[in-house]
Design a protein around this ligand. Structure first.
Ligand code: PLP
Length: 391
């Protein structure tokens, strides 16, 4: 089954963000795109078949949250994450980022603080600021080549915030938070009445022995003070199908979220997205297990390539997600010089680390969810630009 991930599928001219916006995004169209978080793999056969069946029906009118939709989520959360949820806690959303925008509007007022832990997925900051709320930062700290939460700082910063966006697993640093870390975050947020918004979109993409623990599964108190944002979109490569949802176990929080979502006209479901999600959750488990093996092998390949061929670059351990976090500070280049080297000399399109906060300066995020041949091509381009044969 792993061979199917070796297949290179031409995505050019399919109106895809990753491959069809290179000239605009990077200023040239010959970079190898290893940036935005989608995969260059086809979704599972069961998903394709479900979509084909739905396409053949021919009528694509408004759609509602069906029992099959709810059951597929409830069953997935129970099977994969040991989290027993009730169908009534689920509210569909067009995406996790749109859900975050609804949450900001429903649970904060202009000027209120929202906590984030940079370097972190950049739309967090953008969403908070575009609704006139204040970003409160609790930067992660790097200790012995691994990122950790600064709990003393979090205790202080929580006093200034109404909501915390918890990225779990964390994009871009690749951490899968441990139970004790989640518990400490949960207790601090309860103490200061900060609503925890757990963005768990990468929850299924975790490498053994690490294990994703849904924040809200840890205790009823945490569940009552949380909204979890989830989706099958990263897991099964469905990002273009609008398949996200939130899980809010607290009925008052759920009602407040649902009311704002309806007010913003964001409660509609996508007919193809629902079909794809149901098939993915009900029939995609073996495919996902194979994907995880392939991604892990990709990461091992990247790690040993960089260690031996580009030792000036440091690779952070990847506990979860398919986004490798690379430290280029050893090259001693300025932010713009580094971006220039990567785009114009190496011709690789990564995500610039500074996008994720100033803590990311000197870093880059590389998407490794691609056939190994493309990964090898990207790494070779990097090596040839950084370790020049003449040097
Ligand atoms: C942490 C995180 N949240 C949300 C998203 C995007 O979610 P959506 O496409 O559902 O808005 C991403 C995509 O990379 C992500 O990494």
């Amino acid at each position: 089954m792993l061979e199917e991930f070796d297949l290179v599928i031409d995505r050019v001219n399919t109106a895809t963000s990753k491959w069809d916006t290179l000239a605009t995004r990077f200023g040239r169209d010959d970079v190898l795109p290893m940036w935005v978080a989608d995969m260059d793999f086809a979704s599972p056969r069961a998903v394709q078949d479900a979509l084909l069946r739905r396409v053949q029906h021919g009528v694509y009118g408004y759609t509602v949250k069906s029992q099959a939709y709810t059951d597929s989520i409830v069953s997935w959360m129970g099977r994969r994450h040991g989290w027993a949820i009730d169908g009534s806690w689920i509210v569909p959303a067009p995406g996790v980022v749109p859900a975050l925008a609804v949450i900001v509007q429903a649970f904060t007022q202009p000027g209120d603080g929202v906590l984030i832990q940079p370097p972190v997925y950049h739309p967090f900051k953008r969403t908070i600021e575009s609704w006139g709320r204040r970003v409160v930062e609790n930067p992660l700290v790097e200790r012995d080549g691994r990122y950790e939460v600064d709990f003393d700082d979090l205790e202080q910063k929580a006093r200034q915030a109404k909501v915390m966006f918890l990225c779990s697993p964390h994009n871009p640093v690749g951490r899968v938070w441990h139970e004790d870390e989640l518990r400490r975050i949960g207790e601090i947020c309860l103490r200061h009445q900060v609503l925890v918004v757990a963005d768990e979109i990468h929850a299924d993409l975790v490498f053994a022995p690490h294990r994703h623990i849904p924040f809200a599964s840890l205790s009823e108190r945490f569940a009552a003070n949380s909204i979890t944002c989830a989706a099958p979109s990263k897991t099964f490569n469905l990002a273009g199908l609008n398949t996200a949802y939130v899980v809010a176990p607290n009925a008052a929080i759920q009602a407040r979220y649902a009311a704002m979502s309806a007010k913003a006209s964001m409660a509609e479901l996508n007919v193809f997205g629902s079909e794809a999600m149901i098939a993915a959750y009900n029939e995609g488990e073996a495919w996902l297990d194979a994907l995880l093996l392939y991604l892990k092998e990709n990461f091992n390949y990247l790690q040993s390539f960089i260690e031996t061929e580009i030792p000036a670059v440091k690779v952070f351990p990847l506990e979860g997600t398919y986004l490798a976090w690379l430290d280029f500070r050893g090259l001693e280049l300025g932010v713009q010089e580094l971006d220039h080297l990567l785009v114009h000399e190496a011709r690789v399109g990564l995500n610039e680390g500074h996008l994720f906060g100033r803590e990311g300066e000197g870093f880059q995020r590389m998407n490794i969810a691609c056939p190994r041949s493309l990964l090898a091509e990207g790494l070779t381009r990097l090596r040839d630009a950084i370790v020049r044969p003449s040097e």
